[in-house]
Design a protein around this ligand. Structure first.
Ligand code: NCD
Ligand code: ZN
Length: 348
């Protein structure tokens, strides 16, 4: 198969930033995806429906006027989120759910939840109202090895969470381990997971291939080859519990190539092409459309996109960098090539 037309995909986990940075990146996503779940880890974080709707307007303003791209906003859950905000979120189109960051887990997560027990009343209301809970599934305890943080989160937190809130719609964001795949598979249909392109295409050894490669550093960090294989197997299995979420997370080049480099891989420029490559690597291109264009919408109870995109097998060079808010942004595969090319997109 050298050409593939699928229903327009959606990106169920995306970082767009704000201001000049937003304007530098948003078109890459809008050309490929019909909708994206936009993460709220701005400075300050997007904790209220009012702030999310204002941010959503800034995203629309950064796009060409005829562009139909639809940003769906995630609210940042804090220790102090009032229960009433859940009702407001449930009743607001354009707001998709709440994002849980354990305090200190990743970029701009200082305002994250310090102890889940503090937000049990909020989770109860989310369960009642069917509001999705988007989870960064890592513990942050300093004594837990960085490669074990996801597994330990499942043991210490996620298992108890799904027992206590059996109807809570929980998305295990950017799952990176065999353990997470097994956990998600073992739950009912209310528990799902998003998978990033880099975790389907790379393992942790790639981060050290020939030297330290900061542009492959993200959180949760890349894991072992057996984890990558389990994720790719889940993505291509046809199970509706696993769907596309790039976690594309732009950081300026000088902050990635730094003595204390930021976590985040920028993949929006190839946000569907990379998944085509991953699926093709195991002969499962026929499963791409379900994963990229159907299962996420079905999970969130939203209509599937009616327009389509076409991809063609063709080596396309990736630039060394893109302009980014007065600096540079080094994309995934910078200076190398992609195996698939987007022929017809949107928001040109
Ligand atoms: C994200 C970012 O930069 O905002 N970084 C990352 O490595 N994925 C934060 C996140 O999603 O953890
Ligand atoms: Zn993210």
């Amino acid at each position: 198969m050298d050409q593939l037309t699928i229903a327009r995909p959606d990106d169920w986990h995306l970082h767009l930033r704000d201001g000049e940075a937003l304007r530098a990146v948003v078109l890459h996503t809008a050309q490929r995806f019909g909708r994206a779940v936009v993460m709220p880890n701005l400075k300050p974080p997007v904790t209220t429906v009012a702030a999310a709707l204002a941010y959503r307007s800034r995203i629309h303003a950064a796009l060409p006027p005829d562009c139909t791209f639809n940003p769906l906003m995630a609210l940042y859950l804090t220790d102090n989120t009032p229960v009433e905000e859940v009702d407001l979120a449930a009743d607001t189109a354009g707001v998709i759910g709440f994002k849980y960051y354990p305090a200190g887990a990743t970029t701009n997560s200082d305002a994250g939840v310090t102890d889940l027990a503090r937000v049990y009343p909020v989770l109860e209301r989310m369960e009642e109202r069917g509001v999705p809970f988007l989870v960064h599934g890592e513990v942050t305890d300093g004594d837990v090895d960085v490669f074990d943080r996801e597994r330990v989160f499942i043991e210490r937190t996620a298992a108890a969470l799904v027992r206590r809130f059996p109807r809570l719609r929980l998305i295990f964001e950017h799952a990176t381990t065999l353990d997470a795949v097994q956990f998600v598979r073992a739950q009912g249909a209310q528990v799902a997971a998003t998978l990033t392109p880099q975790h389907l295409l790379n393992n942790r050894t790639d981060m050290f291939r020939g030297g330290l490669r900061p542009h492959l550093y993200c959180l949760p960090v890349l894991k072992r080859e057996r984890d990558r294989e389990a994720l790719l197997d889940a993505a291509t299995s046809g199970s509706p519990k696993f769907f596309l979420g790039t976690d594309s997370a732009p950081h300026a080049k000088h902050l990635k190539e730094h003595s204390c480099g930021c976590a985040g891989v920028y993949s929006a420029h190839a946000g569907i092409e990379l998944y085509a490559e991953a699926f093709d690597s195991v002969g499962k291109l026929d499963r791409l459309e379900g994963f990229a264009s159907h299962f996420g919408a079905d999970y969130y109870g939203l209509p599937r996109n009616t327009s389509s995109i076409t991809l063609r097998r063709n080596a396309v060079a990736v630039p060394a960098s893109f302009p980014f808010a007065g600096g540079e942004l080094v994309p995934y595969r910078a200076g190398e090539s992609l195996a698939w090319e987007l022929v017809t997109g949107g928001c040109a």
